[in-house]
Design a protein around this ligand. Sequence first.
Ligand code: SF4
Ligand code: SF4
Length: 412
Amino acid sequence: MKQLIPENIKEYLANTPQITFEITERCNLSCVYCGYGKFYSDKDARYDRMLDTQNAIAFLKYIKSLWDSGYQGAEANILHISFYGGEPLMNMPFIKEVVAYIEKELLAYKKIVFSMTTNALLLPQNLDYLVSKGFRILISLDGDRIGNTYRVFPNGQPAYDYIVKSIDYARNTYPDFFRDNISFNAVLNNCNSVKSIRDFFMENYGKTPSIGEINTSGIREDARELFEKVHKSKVDSEEEAALESKPTCFQDSPEYMRSARYIQTHSPYTYHDYNELLLGRGKSNRMPTGTCLPFAKKVFITVSGKILPCERISHKYALGRIEDGQILLDFKEIADKYNAYYERVNRVCQKCHDYLSCLCCMFYNGQLENEKSVCSFFVNKQMARVNQNSAYSFLRKYPEAYSYIMNKLKIV
Ligand code: SF4
Ligand code: SF4
Protein backbone atom coordinates (compact mmCIF):
# COMPACT_ATOMS: atom_id res chain seq x y z
CA MET A 1 0.00 0.00 0.00
CA LYS A 2 1.33 3.44 -0.97
CA GLN A 3 2.25 5.79 1.92
CA LEU A 4 1.53 9.52 1.86
CA ILE A 5 4.35 11.93 2.64
CA PRO A 6 4.02 15.59 3.78
CA GLU A 7 5.05 16.91 0.36
CA ASN A 8 2.08 15.09 -1.23
CA ILE A 9 -0.35 16.91 1.04
CA LYS A 10 1.19 20.30 0.24
CA GLU A 11 0.84 19.63 -3.50
CA TYR A 12 -2.77 18.47 -3.17
CA LEU A 13 -3.62 21.60 -1.20
CA ALA A 14 -1.93 23.97 -3.66
CA ASN A 15 -3.75 22.35 -6.57
CA THR A 16 -7.12 21.81 -4.97
CA PRO A 17 -9.87 22.44 -7.51
CA GLN A 18 -12.34 23.81 -4.95
CA ILE A 19 -12.33 25.88 -1.76
CA THR A 20 -15.64 26.10 0.08
CA PHE A 21 -16.15 28.65 2.84
CA GLU A 22 -18.91 28.04 5.38
CA ILE A 23 -19.60 31.74 5.75
CA THR A 24 -22.46 31.77 8.22
CA GLU A 25 -24.34 29.52 10.58
CA ARG A 26 -27.45 31.66 10.17
CA CYS A 27 -30.34 30.39 8.12
CA ASN A 28 -33.78 31.84 7.42
CA LEU A 29 -35.20 28.31 7.18
CA SER A 30 -35.22 25.44 9.63
CA CYS A 31 -35.52 22.32 7.47
CA VAL A 32 -36.38 19.22 9.44
CA TYR A 33 -33.59 17.10 7.89
CA CYS A 34 -30.90 19.84 7.93
CA GLY A 35 -27.39 18.35 8.21
CA TYR A 36 -26.82 20.60 11.22
CA GLY A 37 -30.24 19.99 12.74
CA LYS A 38 -31.88 17.74 15.26
CA PHE A 39 -31.06 14.44 13.51
CA TYR A 40 -27.30 14.76 13.88
CA SER A 41 -24.65 14.50 16.57
CA ASP A 42 -21.41 14.70 14.55
CA LYS A 43 -21.27 18.37 13.60
CA ASP A 44 -20.13 21.30 15.77
CA ALA A 45 -22.98 23.05 17.60
CA ARG A 46 -24.37 26.11 15.74
CA TYR A 47 -24.38 29.55 17.37
CA ASP A 48 -25.30 32.08 14.68
CA ARG A 49 -21.61 32.80 13.95
CA MET A 50 -20.11 34.26 10.75
CA LEU A 51 -16.74 33.21 9.30
CA ASP A 52 -14.17 35.95 9.88
CA THR A 53 -13.46 37.58 6.51
CA GLN A 54 -9.81 38.26 7.36
CA ASN A 55 -9.28 34.58 8.23
CA ALA A 56 -10.71 33.55 4.86
CA ILE A 57 -8.48 36.05 3.06
CA ALA A 58 -5.48 34.82 5.11
CA PHE A 59 -6.21 31.31 3.85
CA LEU A 60 -6.35 32.49 0.23
CA LYS A 61 -3.05 34.36 0.74
CA TYR A 62 -1.56 31.11 2.08
CA ILE A 63 -2.66 29.23 -1.06
CA LYS A 64 -1.21 32.05 -3.19
CA SER A 65 2.10 31.74 -1.31
CA LEU A 66 2.17 28.02 -2.25
CA TRP A 67 1.64 28.95 -5.90
CA ASP A 68 4.43 31.53 -5.64
CA SER A 69 6.76 28.84 -4.24
CA GLY A 70 6.27 26.65 -7.30
CA TYR A 71 3.52 24.31 -6.09
CA GLN A 72 1.02 25.31 -8.76
CA GLY A 73 0.66 22.40 -11.19
CA ALA A 74 0.16 23.30 -14.85
CA GLU A 75 -3.05 21.30 -15.18
CA ALA A 76 -4.87 22.89 -12.21
CA ASN A 77 -5.93 26.05 -13.98
CA ILE A 78 -9.46 26.51 -12.62
CA LEU A 79 -10.31 27.11 -8.98
CA HIS A 80 -13.91 26.97 -7.78
CA ILE A 81 -14.69 29.20 -4.80
CA SER A 82 -17.94 28.23 -3.11
CA PHE A 83 -19.95 29.96 -0.42
CA TYR A 84 -21.87 27.70 1.89
CA GLY A 85 -24.00 28.11 5.00
CA GLY A 86 -26.35 28.22 6.81
CA GLU A 87 -27.80 30.43 4.13
CA PRO A 88 -24.86 32.17 2.38
CA LEU A 89 -26.97 35.10 1.16
CA MET A 90 -27.28 36.13 4.84
CA ASN A 91 -23.60 37.14 4.76
CA MET A 92 -23.26 39.21 1.59
CA PRO A 93 -20.56 41.54 3.05
CA PHE A 94 -18.26 38.48 3.36
CA ILE A 95 -18.96 37.40 -0.22
CA LYS A 96 -18.33 40.87 -1.65
CA GLU A 97 -15.06 41.36 0.26
CA VAL A 98 -13.65 37.92 -0.62
CA VAL A 99 -14.66 38.23 -4.28
CA ALA A 100 -12.99 41.67 -4.43
CA TYR A 101 -9.77 40.22 -2.93
CA ILE A 102 -9.76 37.35 -5.40
CA GLU A 103 -10.38 39.63 -8.39
CA LYS A 104 -7.47 41.83 -7.32
CA GLU A 105 -4.93 39.18 -6.30
CA LEU A 106 -5.66 35.74 -7.75
CA LEU A 107 -7.02 36.17 -11.26
CA ALA A 108 -3.50 36.43 -12.67
CA TYR A 109 -2.84 32.83 -11.57
CA LYS A 110 -5.92 30.96 -12.72
CA LYS A 111 -9.53 31.15 -13.77
CA ILE A 112 -11.82 31.48 -10.74
CA VAL A 113 -15.44 30.33 -10.77
CA PHE A 114 -17.75 31.48 -7.95
CA SER A 115 -20.65 29.36 -6.78
CA MET A 116 -23.10 28.92 -3.94
CA THR A 117 -25.88 26.72 -2.66
CA THR A 118 -28.90 28.72 -1.52
CA ASN A 119 -32.53 28.33 -0.53
CA ALA A 120 -33.26 31.29 -2.90
CA LEU A 121 -35.32 33.34 -0.42
CA LEU A 122 -32.92 36.31 -0.62
CA LEU A 123 -32.10 35.85 -4.28
CA PRO A 124 -34.13 38.77 -5.74
CA GLN A 125 -32.31 41.52 -3.78
CA ASN A 126 -28.85 40.05 -4.52
CA LEU A 127 -29.33 38.86 -8.06
CA ASP A 128 -27.79 41.85 -9.91
CA TYR A 129 -24.49 41.35 -8.06
CA LEU A 130 -24.45 37.55 -8.51
CA VAL A 131 -25.18 37.89 -12.22
CA SER A 132 -22.42 40.51 -12.61
CA LYS A 133 -19.88 38.07 -11.10
CA GLY A 134 -21.10 35.08 -13.13
CA PHE A 135 -21.99 32.99 -10.06
CA ARG A 136 -23.17 29.43 -10.51
CA ILE A 137 -26.14 28.99 -8.23
CA LEU A 138 -27.53 25.74 -6.90
CA ILE A 139 -31.02 26.19 -5.46
CA SER A 140 -32.31 23.70 -2.91
CA LEU A 141 -35.92 22.74 -3.58
CA ASP A 142 -37.48 19.31 -3.05
CA GLY A 143 -39.97 19.25 -5.95
CA ASP A 144 -43.59 20.27 -5.58
CA ARG A 145 -45.44 21.66 -2.53
CA ILE A 146 -45.91 18.23 -0.90
CA GLY A 147 -42.31 17.23 -1.61
CA ASN A 148 -41.22 20.36 0.28
CA THR A 149 -43.07 19.42 3.47
CA TYR A 150 -39.81 19.53 5.46
CA ARG A 151 -38.53 22.85 4.08
CA VAL A 152 -40.03 25.21 6.64
CA PHE A 153 -39.39 28.52 8.41
CA PRO A 154 -38.30 28.42 12.07
CA ASN A 155 -41.99 28.86 13.07
CA GLY A 156 -42.87 25.69 11.13
CA GLN A 157 -44.66 27.47 8.25
CA PRO A 158 -43.98 26.05 4.76
CA ALA A 159 -41.44 27.97 2.66
CA TYR A 160 -42.46 26.56 -0.74
CA ASP A 161 -44.46 29.56 -2.07
CA TYR A 162 -41.72 32.06 -1.13
CA ILE A 163 -38.97 29.98 -2.74
CA VAL A 164 -40.91 29.53 -5.98
CA LYS A 165 -41.63 33.30 -6.10
CA SER A 166 -37.87 34.03 -5.89
CA ILE A 167 -37.09 31.47 -8.58
CA ASP A 168 -39.73 32.96 -10.88
CA TYR A 169 -38.27 36.43 -10.31
CA ALA A 170 -34.82 35.18 -11.35
CA ARG A 171 -36.20 33.44 -14.42
CA ASN A 172 -38.17 36.49 -15.57
CA THR A 173 -35.44 39.05 -14.84
CA TYR A 174 -32.40 37.22 -16.21
CA PRO A 175 -33.66 34.39 -18.48
CA ASP A 176 -30.22 33.62 -19.98
CA PHE A 177 -28.56 33.54 -16.58
CA PHE A 178 -31.39 31.33 -15.30
CA ARG A 179 -30.85 28.92 -18.19
CA ASP A 180 -27.05 28.77 -17.97
CA ASN A 181 -26.11 29.39 -14.32
CA ILE A 182 -28.94 28.14 -12.15
CA SER A 183 -29.44 24.51 -11.26
CA PHE A 184 -31.40 22.65 -8.62
CA ASN A 185 -30.77 20.14 -5.90
CA ALA A 186 -33.58 18.20 -4.24
CA VAL A 187 -33.47 16.15 -1.07
CA LEU A 188 -35.31 12.88 -1.28
CA ASN A 189 -37.73 12.26 1.58
CA ASN A 190 -40.88 10.32 2.37
CA CYS A 191 -43.08 13.04 0.77
CA ASN A 192 -41.47 12.97 -2.68
CA SER A 193 -39.77 10.48 -5.01
CA VAL A 194 -37.19 10.50 -7.78
CA LYS A 195 -40.02 10.48 -10.32
CA SER A 196 -42.11 13.27 -8.73
CA ILE A 197 -38.99 15.45 -8.37
CA ARG A 198 -37.84 14.92 -11.96
CA ASP A 199 -41.34 15.53 -13.35
CA PHE A 200 -41.74 18.74 -11.31
CA PHE A 201 -38.47 20.33 -12.48
CA MET A 202 -38.88 19.29 -16.10
CA GLU A 203 -42.48 20.59 -16.30
CA ASN A 204 -41.83 23.87 -14.48
CA TYR A 205 -38.24 24.83 -15.35
CA GLY A 206 -37.13 22.51 -18.16
CA LYS A 207 -34.25 21.26 -15.99
CA THR A 208 -33.05 17.99 -14.50
CA PRO A 209 -32.14 18.42 -10.83
CA SER A 210 -29.50 16.58 -8.84
CA ILE A 211 -31.15 14.46 -6.18
CA GLY A 212 -29.54 13.57 -2.87
CA GLU A 213 -30.47 11.43 0.08
CA ILE A 214 -30.64 12.71 3.63
CA ASN A 215 -27.23 12.16 5.24
CA THR A 216 -27.25 8.80 7.04
CA SER A 217 -24.14 9.17 9.21
CA GLY A 218 -23.95 10.59 12.74
CA ILE A 219 -27.67 10.07 13.55
CA ARG A 220 -28.60 10.77 17.17
CA GLU A 221 -30.19 7.78 18.88
CA ASP A 222 -33.11 9.85 20.21
CA ALA A 223 -33.90 11.06 16.65
CA ARG A 224 -33.54 7.72 14.89
CA GLU A 225 -37.27 6.97 14.71
CA LEU A 226 -38.13 10.27 13.03
CA PHE A 227 -35.06 9.96 10.77
CA GLU A 228 -36.20 6.49 9.60
CA LYS A 229 -39.64 7.89 8.81
CA VAL A 230 -38.34 10.85 6.78
CA HIS A 231 -35.41 9.11 5.02
CA LYS A 232 -35.93 7.50 1.60
CA SER A 233 -33.34 5.44 -0.27
CA LYS A 234 -32.34 6.87 -3.64
CA VAL A 235 -31.61 3.46 -5.16
CA ASP A 236 -35.09 2.20 -4.17
CA SER A 237 -36.78 5.34 -5.45
CA GLU A 238 -34.84 5.21 -8.73
CA GLU A 239 -35.90 1.61 -9.21
CA GLU A 240 -39.52 2.52 -8.53
CA ALA A 241 -39.27 5.38 -11.06
CA ALA A 242 -37.84 3.05 -13.68
CA LEU A 243 -40.55 0.42 -13.07
CA GLU A 244 -43.29 3.05 -13.30
CA SER A 245 -41.97 4.52 -16.54
CA LYS A 246 -41.64 1.18 -18.43
CA PRO A 247 -38.09 1.55 -19.81
CA THR A 248 -37.84 2.43 -23.49
CA CYS A 249 -34.03 2.69 -23.44
CA PHE A 250 -31.23 1.32 -21.25
CA GLN A 251 -30.95 4.60 -19.26
CA ASP A 252 -34.51 4.02 -17.96
CA SER A 253 -33.73 0.53 -16.70
CA PRO A 254 -33.79 0.12 -12.90
CA GLU A 255 -30.42 -1.69 -13.10
CA TYR A 256 -28.75 1.03 -15.19
CA MET A 257 -26.74 3.06 -12.64
CA ARG A 258 -25.79 0.07 -10.51
CA SER A 259 -24.63 -1.88 -13.56
CA ALA A 260 -22.84 1.12 -15.07
CA ARG A 261 -20.88 1.61 -11.87
CA TYR A 262 -19.94 -2.08 -11.81
CA ILE A 263 -18.88 -2.08 -15.46
CA GLN A 264 -16.73 1.05 -15.17
CA THR A 265 -15.05 0.11 -11.91
CA HIS A 266 -14.30 -3.46 -13.05
CA SER A 267 -13.15 -2.57 -16.53
CA PRO A 268 -9.45 -3.02 -17.30
CA TYR A 269 -9.69 0.22 -19.30
CA THR A 270 -10.52 2.61 -16.44
CA TYR A 271 -8.08 3.75 -13.80
CA HIS A 272 -8.80 5.05 -10.34
CA ASP A 273 -5.76 7.36 -10.40
CA TYR A 274 -2.42 7.91 -12.15
CA ASN A 275 -0.72 5.23 -10.01
CA GLU A 276 -3.04 2.61 -11.44
CA LEU A 277 -2.55 3.88 -14.97
CA LEU A 278 1.24 3.91 -14.76
CA LEU A 279 1.97 1.04 -12.39
CA GLY A 280 -0.92 -1.32 -13.09
CA ARG A 281 -3.96 -2.33 -11.13
CA GLY A 282 -3.26 -4.07 -7.86
CA LYS A 283 -3.64 -3.75 -4.12
CA SER A 284 -0.07 -2.47 -3.74
CA ASN A 285 -0.71 0.60 -5.92
CA ARG A 286 -4.09 1.53 -4.59
CA MET A 287 -5.12 3.23 -1.38
CA PRO A 288 -7.90 1.27 0.31
CA THR A 289 -11.47 2.66 -0.05
CA GLY A 290 -12.55 5.30 -2.54
CA THR A 291 -11.75 8.21 -0.20
CA CYS A 292 -10.22 11.19 -1.97
CA LEU A 293 -6.66 12.12 -1.07
CA PRO A 294 -6.51 14.99 1.44
CA PHE A 295 -7.49 18.28 -0.30
CA ALA A 296 -7.18 16.68 -3.75
CA LYS A 297 -10.89 17.18 -4.39
CA LYS A 298 -11.67 20.17 -2.20
CA VAL A 299 -10.99 22.12 0.97
CA PHE A 300 -13.76 23.10 3.36
CA ILE A 301 -13.33 25.91 5.88
CA THR A 302 -15.91 25.86 8.67
CA VAL A 303 -17.37 28.97 10.23
CA SER A 304 -15.04 28.54 13.22
CA GLY A 305 -11.96 28.23 10.97
CA LYS A 306 -11.51 24.43 10.97
CA ILE A 307 -9.91 23.06 7.78
CA LEU A 308 -11.50 19.86 6.44
CA PRO A 309 -11.18 17.80 3.24
CA CYS A 310 -14.90 18.33 2.52
CA GLU A 311 -18.20 19.55 3.93
CA ARG A 312 -19.90 16.17 4.10
CA ILE A 313 -17.84 14.57 6.84
CA SER A 314 -17.80 14.92 10.61
CA HIS A 315 -15.92 17.93 11.97
CA LYS A 316 -13.89 15.59 14.17
CA TYR A 317 -11.82 14.83 11.06
CA ALA A 318 -10.56 18.44 10.77
CA LEU A 319 -6.98 18.56 9.47
CA GLY A 320 -6.01 22.03 10.65
CA ARG A 321 -7.43 25.45 11.51
CA ILE A 322 -7.19 29.19 10.93
CA GLU A 323 -6.67 31.25 14.05
CA ASP A 324 -6.25 35.05 14.11
CA GLY A 325 -5.05 35.07 10.51
CA GLN A 326 -2.56 32.21 11.09
CA ILE A 327 -2.89 29.00 9.03
CA LEU A 328 -2.21 26.06 11.33
CA LEU A 329 -1.55 23.07 9.08
CA ASP A 330 1.02 20.39 9.85
CA PHE A 331 1.57 18.41 6.63
CA LYS A 332 3.49 15.62 8.40
CA GLU A 333 0.72 15.19 10.95
CA ILE A 334 -1.89 15.00 8.15
CA ALA A 335 0.14 12.43 6.18
CA ASP A 336 0.64 10.33 9.35
CA LYS A 337 -3.06 10.57 10.17
CA TYR A 338 -4.15 9.35 6.72
CA ASN A 339 -1.55 6.56 6.69
CA ALA A 340 -2.87 5.39 10.07
CA TYR A 341 -6.50 5.53 8.81
CA TYR A 342 -5.57 3.54 5.69
CA GLU A 343 -3.71 0.94 7.72
CA ARG A 344 -6.70 0.54 9.99
CA VAL A 345 -9.36 0.20 7.28
CA ASN A 346 -7.13 -1.96 5.12
CA ARG A 347 -7.47 -4.85 7.58
CA VAL A 348 -11.12 -5.16 6.51
CA CYS A 349 -10.88 -3.75 2.97
CA GLN A 350 -8.33 -6.27 1.75
CA LYS A 351 -10.87 -9.04 2.44
CA CYS A 352 -13.58 -7.15 0.57
CA HIS A 353 -14.47 -8.22 -2.97
CA ASP A 354 -14.97 -4.59 -3.97
CA TYR A 355 -11.40 -3.60 -3.07
CA LEU A 356 -10.17 -2.69 -6.53
CA SER A 357 -13.29 -0.82 -7.50
CA CYS A 358 -14.46 0.72 -4.22
CA LEU A 359 -15.88 4.25 -4.36
CA CYS A 360 -16.74 4.38 -0.65
CA CYS A 361 -15.49 7.15 1.65
CA MET A 362 -13.95 5.93 4.91
CA PHE A 363 -15.12 9.06 6.74
CA TYR A 364 -18.64 8.22 5.78
CA ASN A 365 -19.13 4.45 5.87
CA GLY A 366 -18.80 3.86 9.61
CA GLN A 367 -15.32 2.29 9.40
CA LEU A 368 -13.58 4.88 11.56
CA GLU A 369 -16.24 5.15 14.25
CA ASN A 370 -14.42 2.93 16.76
CA GLU A 371 -11.92 0.06 16.87
CA LYS A 372 -14.63 -2.55 16.24
CA SER A 373 -16.66 -0.79 13.56
CA VAL A 374 -16.65 -2.13 10.02
CA CYS A 375 -17.70 -0.77 6.67
CA SER A 376 -21.43 -0.97 6.07
CA PHE A 377 -20.82 -1.65 2.35
CA PHE A 378 -18.47 -4.67 2.72
CA VAL A 379 -18.89 -7.05 -0.26
CA ASN A 380 -18.45 -10.77 0.37
CA LYS A 381 -17.91 -13.42 -2.31
CA GLN A 382 -21.58 -14.21 -2.69
CA MET A 383 -22.58 -10.55 -3.01
CA ALA A 384 -19.79 -10.02 -5.56
CA ARG A 385 -21.22 -12.83 -7.68
CA VAL A 386 -24.73 -11.36 -7.51
CA ASN A 387 -23.38 -7.94 -8.59
CA GLN A 388 -21.44 -9.51 -11.44
CA ASN A 389 -24.42 -11.54 -12.67
CA SER A 390 -26.67 -8.54 -12.52
CA ALA A 391 -24.21 -6.42 -14.60
CA TYR A 392 -23.83 -9.25 -17.15
CA SER A 393 -27.58 -9.73 -17.51
CA PHE A 394 -27.97 -5.94 -17.98
CA LEU A 395 -25.40 -6.03 -20.79
CA ARG A 396 -27.04 -9.05 -22.43
CA LYS A 397 -30.31 -7.11 -22.46
CA TYR A 398 -28.78 -3.79 -23.59
CA PRO A 399 -25.50 -4.52 -25.45
CA GLU A 400 -25.53 -0.96 -26.87
CA ALA A 401 -25.12 0.39 -23.32
CA TYR A 402 -21.47 -0.72 -23.06
CA SER A 403 -20.03 1.85 -25.41
CA TYR A 404 -22.07 4.66 -23.82
CA ILE A 405 -21.06 3.68 -20.28
CA MET A 406 -17.36 3.44 -21.16
CA ASN A 407 -17.11 6.51 -23.38
CA LYS A 408 -19.67 9.03 -22.17
CA LEU A 409 -20.87 8.34 -18.63
CA LYS A 410 -18.86 9.96 -15.82
CA ILE A 411 -19.02 7.93 -12.60
CA VAL A 412 -15.49 7.21 -11.44
S1 SF4 B 1 -17.16 12.39 1.11
FE1 SF4 B 1 -15.08 11.48 1.38
S2 SF4 B 1 -14.42 10.95 -0.70
FE2 SF4 B 1 -16.12 12.38 -0.90
S3 SF4 B 1 -15.14 14.42 -1.07
FE3 SF4 B 1 -15.65 14.05 1.10
S4 SF4 B 1 -13.76 13.19 2.01
FE4 SF4 B 1 -13.60 12.98 -0.24
S1 SF4 C 1 -14.89 -2.74 3.00
FE1 SF4 C 1 -16.05 -0.94 2.35
S2 SF4 C 1 -14.50 0.66 2.07
FE2 SF4 C 1 -13.41 -1.30 2.13
S3 SF4 C 1 -13.22 -1.91 -0.03
FE3 SF4 C 1 -15.12 -2.84 0.77
S4 SF4 C 1 -16.77 -1.39 0.27
FE4 SF4 C 1 -14.79 -0.32 0.09
